[in-house]
Design a protein around this ligand. Structure first.
Ligand SMILES: Nc1ncnc2c1ncn2[C@@H]1O[C@H](COP(=O)(O)OP(=O)(O)O)[C@@H](O)[C@H]1O
Ligand SMILES: [Mg+2]
Length: 576
């Protein structure tokens, strides 16, 4: 992909910025006003060069005319004061517009990071999420969102800088066409020399994003798996890998800065040298008829012009380096929203009475086939145990029931309707999966149980009673208001599983799927919980994925995935 194609995301980014920040145009207009004020200030300074050289202020100069219009004599002092006034206004407007831009880009950061996170949580298909590393998503909502939000400030600065440079150039043209031409040739040569730095900058920007992703993944994996890291004495492996990755990241960052620095200061340095040679070379000065006032004026103009061009270049290089970040963020925010949120609000399936898997074929991306012509039927009022050797596709099948994946062939019918006829939202809340590991948030026990739904405390206690976790919670220091640690480190595996079960009960789903979610319980507690669930869900559908003999004996039907994965039928009659 070329640099220009990469930059197309800028349109999306600016559309996003204008939609979310109505004040952005105000900031842009103010900065343009500020640019014109600077030019007016500089123009009013020019006649001073003539006065200093012993002449009198040229009558046609703008400042002289303005002062005369106001009834003021155009003396050197007055001209200086006028210049100072204009320049003060320039700085003031610049201050306001830049404050506004900073405020807007920080707000933009909030919007980009929270909308990127929302997109990940609400919209992006599980299939897509699984193709990337955790570091990718952390980087996306962190580093990349921050760089993309800076881009708004950088680009608005770039626009005003470019305008300022153009105006200065016009001023140079008005003083001397020959010098303007020379400047143009000089710039063209410099730009050709710098063109490579744009490509380098872009390549480095992409590399930086990738390095930040892998370092982020490593960081999180190592901390989450700290017990294993220490027990395997793998600390050195982990810390050295991290150092290596961060070293690369920092080196890339430094290179990007160095490229930008040379692009900014290089041309000004070369120009300064040329002017110095010219001024020390009387023959050249005479042949170009460069008198001292003219030279002073030109130097003032050029000394302002070239840093501005350099700054513009610098900003352009940053935009190019951050192109990848901006593209990733705007893509993740916009890409999936339309499909996933449309129709997710209203459900029109009604209570789930039956679910049928008809000739379901499925394989994971670049994996071998998991399900090949799988058939099963789950009806209201019955309970099921789904068994099969590890890796036979039990969890995958549950994901298909939940609509996280779609079958490659065949269909999952809910009340006789296929996934084409219902929307994602139809099943939301009606089919609930309790996984082996319950996700625990660093919040109170009660919030961890409700996860955002409104439920009375009595209901919460009842659900906890069914999951056999109520007594344990009551014994915690603050009962239901106890704050749970990050990832639930103050809970045992079995306690976390029972919190997961209580959560599901509280939501009254039509279909409850439990994926080995009683595996960490002792036999007595497991039998109690399973018994409670069968009673609670006797009019609904409950499916246990399990290897437990007790569960198999307690449910109405046992389905063995290892037996039925390659043919059609096969509901093994319950042992009970
Ligand atoms: N997200 C995934 N991407 C690729 N392959 C997967 C993924 N999840 C599971 N698999 C593969 O699919 C097969 C079935 O896995 P799974 O449904 O988890 O089995 P079970 O729950 O029966 O142990 C396994 O061979 C596993 O390696
Ligand atoms: Mg599994």
């Amino acid at each position: 992909m070329t640099v220009l194609q990469q930059l197309q995301y800028l349109r999306a980014l600016f559309a996003f910025a204008f939609r979310n920040s109505p004040l952005l145009p105000v900031g842009l207009v103010l900065s343009v006003v500020s640019v014109f004020l600077e030019l007016a200030a500089m123009a009013s300074l020019m006649p001073l060069a003539t006065i200093v050289a012993g002449g009198s202020a040229p009558r046609e100069a703008m400042v002289v005319r303005v002062l005369r219009f106001a009834g003021i004599d155009a003396t050197g002092d007055r001209i200086l004061q006028f210049f100072l006034l204009l320049f003060a206004c320039r700085i003031l407007t610049q201050l306001i517009s830049q404050t506004l831009t900073i405020y807007l880009s920080r707000r933009m950061l909030l919007q980009l990071t929270s909308q990127a996170f929302s997109a990940l949580i609400f919209d992006v298909p599980v299939k897509v999420l699984e193709q990337k590393s955790i570091g990718y998503f952390i980087g996306l909502a962190g580093d990349e969102a921050s760089r993309a939000s800076n881009l708004i400030a950088v680009i608005s600065q770039f626009l005003t800088t470019a305008l300022l440079a153009a105006l200065y150039f016009a001023a140079i043209v008005s003083y001397s066409v020959v010098i303007a031409f020379a400047v143009l040739v000089f710039l063209a040569v410099t730009f050709l020399a710098l063109f490579e730095s744009f490509r380098v900058s872009h390549r480095l920007g992409v590399r930086q994003v990738e390095q930040s992703h892998s370092a982020g993944s490593l960081f999180l994996d190592a901390l989450n798996g700290l017990r294993s890291v220490r027990s395997f004495s793998a600390e050195k492996y982990v810390t050295q890998s991290y150092y290596g990755q961060m070293h690369g990241y920092v080196r890339t960052l430094a290179t990007i800065d160095a490229v930008a620095l040379f692009a900014r200061l290089g041309p000004a340095l070369i120009l300064l040298g040329s002017v110095a040679i010219l001024s020390a070379w009387p023959a050249a000065r005479e042949s170009f008829s460069l008198d001292l006032p003219f030279l002073v004026t030109m130097i003032i103009l050029l000394m302002r012009f070239f840093p501005i061009v350099g700054q513009g270049l610098n900003l352009a290089l940053r935009v190019v380096a951050d192109a990848r970040a901006g593209r990733d963020v705007t893509q993740i925010i916009g890409q999936y929203q339309a499909t996933s949120r449309a129709g997710s609000s209203r459900s029109n399936v009604g209570a789930i009475e039956r679910i049928e898997a008809v000739d379901v074929h499925f394989q994971h991306l670049d994996g071998k086939p998991v399900l090949q012509g799988f058939n099963a039927r789950f009806v209201k009022g019955r309970s099921y145990a789904l068994i099969g050797v590890s890796g036979s596709g039990k969890s995958t099948f549950l994901d298909l029931l939940l609509g996280f994946f779609s079958p490659a062939k065949g269909a999952i019918l809910v009340n006789g309707r296929s996934s084409d006829e219902r929307s994602q939202g139809d099943l939301r809340g009606k089919i609930i999966l309790v996984a082996q590991d319950a996700a625990i948030f660093n919040d109170t026990m009660e919030s961890n149980l409700c996860l955002g739904i409104e439920a009375s405390h009595t209901e919460v206690e009842r659900a906890c009673g069914i999951a056999c976790i109520h007594e344990f919670i009551q014994e915690m220091p603050d009962g239901y208001r106890t704050i749970l640690n990050y990832r639930g480190t103050n809970l045992s595996g079995g306690q976390k599983q029972r919190i997961g079960i209580a959560r599901a009960v509280l939501r009254h789903p039509d279909v409850l799927l439990l994926d080995e979610s009683t595996s960490a319980l002792d036999a007595a507690t497991r039998e109690q919980v399973v018994g409670n669930l069968l009673k609670e869900f006797k009019d609904r559908i409950v499916v246990f994925v399990t290897h437990d003999a007790f569960v198999m004996s307690a449910v109405d039907e046992v389905l063995d995935l290892s037996l039925i994965r390659n043919d059609s039928t096969a509901v093994v009659p319950s042992v009970a």
